[in-house]
Design a protein. Structure first.
Length: 268
């Protein structure tokens, strides 16, 4: 099946090119709010613009096609003087660090792990940092397709598709990287829950899902991650909003009527 994965890899690389150019979607104030709100350990979900991003959104039935972990400013890593604060796995470069400005033209969402201790947060960030340089696991994309849209296979092909991901420890995708980092400290994302009953009680037992089965949407769906909206985190007050129709009325009221203007001119 190597030839098939090689062809899929080339196809994904071509589809990764942006479908079209778009101007930034958020204002300068919103960008500042995003920078001020993010904390180490936060997962930044991104609505990508590439064609492959559209495919991922369709497969997962979600707005989000990419995920990155916010780790804070990294010493010695900058782009145009801007510090790198994100660690991600992308199709073009594998696991890399990146500045926040890379995604200011995209719709984003902050998912924050609730109750994560400072020590565990440091370990999560360190886990991803230590994997900078790994390649991108193209076969994992095929696994996600099989997982999200299962179809019957012959016995011969079923044996060949039992493995998840490429099996190469030097390759990974964005959501798997972050899921593994949280698994390292036993912080749940979307674990498989089973119930154990005995005569005295019924309790839940969590089992870790294989990291290759995670998609960016799972951090949004997880009951253990809180969605943080930068606008609300900055003490939003709806009374401060500027409304276009009210501004127009104020402008009209501030402009003298033509009759009044002529009377004033005659007196002068």
């Amino acid at each position: 099946m190597g030839w098939m994965f090689d062809n899929v890899e080339r196809l994904i690389a071509r589809l990764q090119k942006p479908a079209n150019h778009r101007e930034p979607l958020i204002s300068d104030d919103a960008a500042r709010a995003l920078r001020d709100t993010l904390r180490p350990g936060d997962v930044l979900l991104v609505e990508g613009k590439g064609r492959i991003s559209g495919g991922i959104k369709y497969l997962t039935q979600s707005t989000w096609s990419h995920s990155a972990l916010y780790v804070g400013p990294m010493a010695g890593a900058t782009t145009g003087g801007e510090p790198h604060v994100l660690i991600e796995a992308n199709v073009d470069d594998g696991v890399v660090s990146a500045p926040l400005s890379k995604y200011l033209h995209c719709q984003t969402r902050i998912c924050r792990p609730v109750g994560l201790s400072e020590a565990d947060c440091e370990q999560v960030c360190r886990y991803t940092f230590e994997r900078i340089g790994l390649g991108y696991d193209f076969k994992n994309i095929i696994d996600l397709m099989r997982y999200l849209f299962p179809c019957p296979l012959t016995q011969r092909w079923r044996r060949r598709t039992i493995a998840l991901g490429s099996g190469d420890a030097s390759r990974i995708i964005c959501s798997s990287l972050i899921a593994q980092a949280f698994e390292a400290v036993r912080y749940p994302v979307l674990p498989k829950i089973t119930y154990i009953e005995n005569q005295s009680a019924r309790r839940e037992v969590a089992a870790i899902r294989h990291s290759s089965l995670y998609a960016p949407r799972d951090f949004d769906l997880s009951p253990y991650f809180m969605v943080v909206k930068p606008t609300l985190a900055r003490s939003f007050n709806y009374k401060d909003m500027q409304w276009a129709d009210l501004l127009q009325v104020q402008a009209e009221q501030a402009t003298p009527a033509p009759e009044i203007e002529r009377a004033i001119a005659a007196l002068a």
